[in-house]
Design a protein. Structure first.
Length: 245
């Protein structure tokens, strides 16, 4: 079913969103890492550095990296935190295959699992000390169910850290930012990846995504404790953290 949101964007039902998100990431997989560098002018690497600091893993952690995509986040932790137990989860086979290839190329395969599945259907009781999601949460079809499954899958004392985009609060910055995401990013997608529509979807998904306070409230509703968030990159990225206590 289609209806218009307050942004004038088309809202789609959950089954259609699941398919559209799958199509988008299957289409962009081969150029995903290059496009990340081009679209963010390399800044996503700095944002991820801050994310790593907030996550702050130890070598004995058991990490569930959700929406692993091509494995940027997971591979960083596997390299830095030797001996870590790591599960990379993503429903998109093309994206996850690229992550697997990167792990094989890096020679890191011990204690690493890959699961091709959406988080909405994954639960492993009291199993992980940390769950990370970078630039994936806004694509999830059922965000509440995802958080519930993550909560159940964490051990007591475990934490969740979510990084994603946000719309800037300042109206002037927002206008400039939306010109960039609405017009420049889809053009880069068209010329570099041969796919304008997928990058239009990625831009639109930022506009319809939860506000930082809304995500904090949702995390608290699921019973995550000590929920905090910070914004970075001139107010276009947020990092949320919460604990299962
Ligand atoms: C933008 S990529 C992020 C990749 C990586 N975390 C990074 O930061 O580069 C988003 C990923 O979310 C995955 N995704 C979409 N829906 C999902 C779901 N329901 N459960 C888990 N992952 C999902 C997509 O397949 C895609 O690979």
């Amino acid at each position: 079913m289609h209806k218009k949101s307050k942004f004038g964007l088309e809202l789609i039902d959950s089954e259609e969103k699941t398919h559209r998100v799958q199509d988008v990431f299957s289409s962009v997989a081969a150029n995903y890492d290059l496009m990340n560098d081009l679209m963010s002018l390399g800044s996503h690497r700095l944002w991820k550095q801050r994310f790593y600091q907030v996550v702050k893993l130890t070598n004995s952690d058991v990490l569930l990296d959700i929406a692993s995509g091509t494995g940027d986040i997971a591979l960083h932790f596997a390299r830095v935190n030797k001996g870590i137990h790591l599960t990379c989860l993503d429903p998109n086979k093309k994206m996850l295959d690229l992550a697997k290839d990167r792990f094989i190329d890096s020679g890191i395969l011990e204690n690493i699992n890959f699961i091709t599945q959406p988080i909405e259907s994954f639960v492993k009781d009291n199993s992980f000390t940390c769950a990370t999601i970078a630039f994936g949460f806004r694509n999830f079809t059922n965000q509440k169910k995802s958080l519930k499954n993550i909560y159940t899958s964490l051990k007591v004392g475990g934490k969740i850290v979510i990084m994603d985009f946000k719309s800037p609060s300042n109206s002037i910055i927002k206008e400039i930012y939306e010109k960039y995401t609405d017009f420049v990013i889809p053009r880069i997608g068209k010329y570099i990846a041969g796919d304008e529509n997928s990058y239009k979807y990625l831009s639109d998904s930022i506009k319809t995504y939860l506000k930082p306070e809304e995500l904090s409230d949702l995390m608290k509703e699921i019973n995550f404790q000590n929920v905090t968030h910070e914004t970075l990159a001139g107010d276009i990225v947020t990092i949320h953290k919460g604990y299962k206590i």
